[in-house]
Write a protein of this length. Structure first.
Length: 288
């Protein structure tokens, strides 16, 4: 396969993952009034594991890992980030939550400076400043209503996602992508089962169907993202995920009548520019 074909395939897979993420947000909103977030976290991980289990069983060698505790720590943080986003999607406009979720790379950059001893570069410092300006535009903290609880959970989800990526970065040097994906699914199920057991109530048949769809879509989205980064560079693939915002905006309007405010679009565009600047800085040699 030629390099341009690989890049096109990578972009296409990332677009599909973005669309699946938008559908997932709608499912969370639909289920949230009657299904507890802990239950959604457990069923999502369970059905996701069932989808990829044949793949894992066919290649048992992928379970050999140089880490044990970190897989379960990452699974716990992943569950916490999912729960934060579930609460955010249930209580705040879908498009605003999605826009805030795009701030995770900004927090990753700051964390890399603080904890991974990466040197700050002028372009990335500018990108972080631009990104936070976008966040302020989206949140509009000076409004009469202030920052709602749902948007606070969205920020928490973005922070936890960034922390997961910071933990994952050194792990990827010794474990393959397949190993990291497999162990993430395997470890999340028992971790998610504990809190779900305390609030468990049997979902209806229709809810079970939506929960199953949610788990399958989550596993497919994870697979698409993994393969997308295999076929194309991160600097090309990463910005494609911003298509999730118009997907979410369209579905939010179609199913829930949510109209996206102009400030959300402007703030999301500013955050998108910040992400592009970060991607460009990755192509440049470090400034010594």
């Amino acid at each position: 396969m030629r390099s341009d074909q690989k890049e096109l395939l990578g972009v296409s897979l990332m677009m599909l993952a973005s669309a699946l993420g938008a559908v997932d947000a709608v499912l969370v909103r639909q289920l949230s009034p009657e299904v507890h977030p802990f239950v959604m976290g457990f069923t999502r991980s369970l059905f996701g594991l069932l989808v990829v289990l044949p793949w894992i069983l066919s290649r048992p060698g992928m379970l050999k890992s140089n880490y044990h505790f970190r897989h379960f720590l990452r699974a716990a943080l992943k569950l916490a980030s999912l729960l934060a986003y579930f609460v955010a999607f249930a209580t705040a406009p879908l498009a605003i939550v999605t826009a805030i979720a795009f701030t995770a790379p900004i927090f990753v950059t700051i964390g890399a400076w603080l904890f991974l001893s990466e040197r700050p570069r002028a372009l990335r410092i500018a990108a972080v400043a631009v990104g936070f300006a976008g966040v302020l535009i989206v949140l509009n903290p000076g409004s009469d209503t202030g920052i709602s609880l749902g948007l606070q959970f969205a920020l928490l989800g973005a922070l936890l996602t960034a922390l997961i990526q910071l933990i994952l970065k050194p792990m990827s040097a010794r474990d393959s992508t397949e190993t990291l994906v497999a162990w993430n699914l395997i470890a999340t199920v028992p971790v998610a089962a504990i809190p779900a057991a305390f609030v468990w109530s049997n979902p209806t048949l229709a809810q079970w169907g939506l929960l199953a769809v949610q788990g399958v879509l989550g596993a497919l989205a994870m697979t698409c993202v993994t393969r997308a980064f295999y076929y194309a560079e991160a600097s090309l693939i990463g910005p494609v995920d911003f298509l999730r915002l118009p997907f979410v905006a369209a579905l939010g309007y179609l199913f829930f009548g949510q109209v996206v405010a102009m400030s959300t679009w402007i703030g999301a565009l500013v955050i998108f520019v910040a992400t592009i600047l970060m991607a460009q800085s990755a192509r440049r040699r470090p400034v010594l």
